[in-house]
Design a binder for this molecule. Structure first.
Ligand code: SF4
Length: 281
């Protein structure tokens, strides 16, 4: 039974940097260090940070003093301002790619475009981008929603960093029927698109796919969707304990991929478990 792991599976640059910043901050300040929401969508890493003294809070109102770390998804400037006004020290770990999307959103609005943001309206990254333009963005999840938009003089388009290129392209095509002037910035992160492409390629060559990562991670779930679209039996798991040996009965080739919020050591533990079950890298 052959095991094949997607080359870029696991932590991306932005997530690695945010986690490192969180551990460094815990060391520097020793106490009262918080993240606004979990630093990444991976429960195992969040637990490790808790052990190091970094606690996740849902709202700024839960804390009155200390250090607040802004995670890689970013937040609106209002949230940062509110934290400072409330006397908190702010450590900003917003990923530079998310920061770029925020900056471009502001630029488009300033230039007079009606801003369309392709993404999931409930995702914190999207909420942060919408906040940077004081709510002046229309969030659409797909081409169908874009088709329903009114005709406008000019639309500006950006995307949540974890969107697929196909979805952004479909929305852009739909918007061409809604305006004569369209300005598009591709704000999709390469870490995500490369991993999605590798995962699609891998799913096309194996008998079963394991997708490793937090169930609350949007990009991990998207990888599982890509594998299922390839028609391959797919199991989304957080740890090796969830693996069932029956999944591999009669299978010769197992593919493993992992979301950008999944640490290397968890991927390794999955590979170890597969090896125990008779797999070979
Ligand atoms: S997936 Fe890309 S945008 Fe998101 S945190 Fe990682 S590097 Fe940044």
């Amino acid at each position: 039974m052959k095991i094949e792991v997607a080359k870029h599976a696991g932590h991306c640059f932005g997530v690695k940097a945010a986690i490192q910043k969180a551990f460094e901050t815990a060391k520097k300040y020793q106490a009262s260090v918080y993240t606004l929401g979990p630093i990444i969508h991976n429960p195992q890493v969040v637990q490790e940070l808790e052990k190091a003294g970094v606690k996740a809070v849902k709202n700024l109102s839960e804390i009155t003093q200390g250090v607040i770390i802004i995670r890689s998804h970013g937040v609106s400037p209002e949230v940062i301002e509110a934290a400072k006004v409330g006397g908190l020290t702010v450590v900003n770990a917003t990923c530079p790619f998310v920061q770029r999307a925020q900056n471009l959103a502001q630029e488009l609005v300033k230039e007079g475009y009606d801003l369309v943001l392709v993404g999931d309206a409930d995702h914190p990254e999207v909420e942060g981008i919408v906040g940077t333009v004081n709510g002046a963005a229309i969030v659409v999840s797909d081409a169908g929603q874009a088709m329903a938009l009114p005709e406008r003089k000019q639309y500006g388009v950006i995307a949540q960093t974890t969107q697929s290129l196909e979805n952004l392209q479909a929305v852009v095509c739909a918007l061409l029927t809604r305006t004569h002037a369209l300005k598009v910035f591709n704000t999709i992160c390469n870490a995500t698109t490369d991993l999605q492409a590798e995962t699609r390629f891998l799913a096309g060559r194996v008998d079963v796919m394991l997708v490793v990562g937090g169930r609350n991670s949007a990009n991990t779930t998207r990888l599982a969707v890509i594998c299922r679209e390839a028609g391959i039996p797919t199991h989304q798991i957080e740890t090796g304990e969830e693996i069932h040996s029956e999944w591999f009965q009669g299978k010769e080739h197992i593919g493993v991929t992992a979301g950008t919020s999944t640490p290397e050591r968890i991927i390794q533990s999955i590979v170890n478990k597969l090896t125990e079950l008779g797999g070979e890298l």
